[in-house]
Design a protein around this ligand. Structure first.
Ligand SMILES: Cc1cc2nc3c(=O)[nH]c(=O)nc-3n(C[C@H](O)[C@H](O)[C@H](O)COP(=O)(O)OP(=O)(O)OC[C@H]3O[C@@H](n4cnc5c(N)ncnc54)[C@H](O)[C@@H]3O)c2cc1C
Length: 306
């Protein structure tokens, strides 16, 4: 409690940024609780409780007996819990995640873990002892289905009350219209996605990557180290052009080509095809490209449906 009391002595300030939380002047409506925007979109529910969305870096200074509920046990959720404790918040923190795994780091999923160089455990952001030391109420394996007043409703039907709600539910892999569900078709967002793809690649001779973003590029590089034939189809003239610009994208494309990756730019997918063992796409230009394994890496969508 020491940290909180010290903070209160200095007036109401954000626990993490130290900024004053009071709005000055007449703009502050009577009865509204002060909130720190902390660089991400923050706001209040109609009854005045604080909600912090998106790129959250701060939470409000809470009073004794309050519960902070964090929805999303990914990097953002885990870091928020850690920072709250580091800043002296020692009231209840509940961290709810829809995945069954404790919080883990995703970047190695398209690199070291996919390549089999790291065991999945090495990506863990919070170990069991960490959870105990931070005194977190960690609830995994059931997502939040909706917010109902001062409670959230889990997919299991259970309810959890909160005073302050942190939304850290991140994103999911985007899929394309007409993309069928098929054993040979993959996306890569979660540890389970990674392990499925890794296993499939051990038996695959060919890989088709739909989408030339970072994840597609990284998976292409890993697959080539395993001797797999890789074709990458990209809607733009060059992979990575949107994020890196044409000059660097051209250099990256050259590296991939030198490494044996076939790149098909300006590609429009007409439809997916799937047979027993393989899957593929038909391009508007007329070519059909099939492979033992297909990865669709075309960006993400916000997990805001709940
Ligand atoms: C394969 C891969 C490689 C990457 N490589 C890099 C890299 O090299 N460099 C880099 O900077 N970034 C990289 N990233 C991006 C980086 O991982 C993300 O920026 C980061 O994961 C964002 O963290 P987050 O906590 O905001 O969201 P997320 O990681 O998406 O976590 C959100 C969590 O909330 C859960 N959730 C969603 N809805 C609910 C709900 N209703 N109830 C409860 N839980 C819910 C989700 O299951 C998820 O576990 C990579 C991502 C991937 C997938």
């Amino acid at each position: 409690m020491r940290g909180l009391c010290q903070l209160r002595d200095r007036g109401t300030r954000c626990l993490l940024t130290g900024r004053r939380l009071h709005r000055r002047g007449p703009r502050r409506a009577a009865g509204r609780r002060p909130a720190c925007r902390g660089g991400g979109g923050s706001g209040q529910l109609p009854d005045g409780r604080a909600v912090h969305r998106g790129r959250l870096t701060a939470v409000i200074a809470s009073s004794h007996g309050r519960t902070v509920l964090i929805v999303g046990a990914g990097l953002g959720g885990a870091r928020t819990a850690k920072q709250l404790r580091a800043a002296g918040f020692d009231e209840r923190i509940t961290l709810v995640g829809s995945e069954t795994h404790p919080p883990y780091d995703r970047p190695p999923l398209s690199k070291q873990v996919l390549a089999g160089k790291w065991p999945p455990e090495r990506t863990q952001l919070l170990s069991e002892p960490d959870v105990a030391e931070l005194d977190l109420d960690l609830r995994l394996g059931a997502g939040v289905a909706s917010i109902d007043g001062s409670e959230v409703l889990l997919e299991t039907g259970d309810r959890i009350g909160f005073d302050d709600l942190v939304i850290a539910s991140g994103v999911s892999a985007r899929t394309l219209p007409g993309q069928p569900s098929h054993a040979a078709l993959h996306v890569l967002r979660t540890l389970d996605d990674c392990l499925r793809l890794r296993e499939h690649l051990t038996a695959a001779r060919s890989l088709l990557i739909v989408g030339g973003g970072f994840i597609g590029a990284e998976v292409a590089a890993v697959a080539r180290t395993q001797g797999i034939d890789v074709t990458m189809v990209e809607a733009l003239p060059l992979p990575l052009a949107r994020v890196l610009g044409a000059t660097v994208a051209r250099q990256c494309a050259d590296l991939h080509r030198d490494n044996g990756v076939r790149i098909v730019g300006n590609a429009t997918i007409e439809q997916f095809v799937a047979t027993n063992g393989a899957a593929g796409v038909v391009l508007a230009a007329g070519e059909t490209i099939e492979a033992d394994c297909v990865l669709v890496g075309v960006g993400t969508v916000l997990n805001t449906a709940w």
